[in-house]
Design a protein around this ligand. Structure first.
Ligand code: SF4
Ligand code: SF4
Length: 116
C-alpha cells in the first residue's frame, strides 16, 4: 500500500523535498501525484510517512488503502507514534498493547472463518 495525493492538494510543494524515494511528482492543475511504484511509505527512512506529516491541507496526502482495515491500522500506528513522543511512555505503551490485544481478539471472533 502506498500513499496518494487527493483533490484537496493545494500545490504548496512542501512534500516534494521530504519524500525519501522521489515518489512525488507534478500532476495536473498545479497539484501533485505519488508514483505508487516508488512510494514505500517511508519504511526504512522514517517512522511516519513524511508527505502526510508535513502536508498542511486536510486529507490531501492519505494512505491509498485497498481496504478499510489497512487504512485503519495506518492511522492507529500514527497515533501510537505521536503518543510515544509524549511523557508517560510506559503507561501508554501498556494501554495500547492491551487495546491492540483486545481488538485483535474481537476481530478474530467476528471474522468469517471464526463463524464457520
Ligand atoms: S509515504 Fe513517504 S515514500 Fe511515499 S510518497 Fe510519502 S514521503 Fe514519499
Ligand atoms: S504537501 Fe500536501 S498540499 Fe502541499 S503539494 Fe504536497 S500533497 Fe499537496
Amino acid at each position: 500500500m502506498s500513499y496518494t495525493i487527493t483533490q484537496d492538494c493545494i500545490g504548496c510543494r512542501l512534500c516534494l523535498s521530504t519524500c525519501p524515494t522521489g515518489a512525488i511528482q507534478p500532476g495536473e492543475s498545479g497539484q501533485y501525484r505519488i508514483d505508487a511504484s516508488l512510494c514505500n511509505r517511508c519504511e526504512g527512512f522514517y517512522s511516519v510517512p513524511q508527505c502526510m506529516a508535513i502536508c498542511p491541507a486536510n486529507h490531501a496526502c492519505v494512505p491509498d488503502a485497498q481496504d478499510y482495515w489497512a487504512n485503519w491500522f495506518v492511522q492507529y500506528h500514527r497515533m501510537v507514534d505521536q503518543v510515544r513522543q509524549a511523557d508517560e511512555v510506559a503507561y501508554w505503551d501498556q494501554w495500547f498493547d492491551r487495546y491492540s490485544q483486545r481488538l485483535s481478539h474481537l476481530l478474530t471472533e467476528r471474522s468469517p472463518v471464526a463463524q464457520t
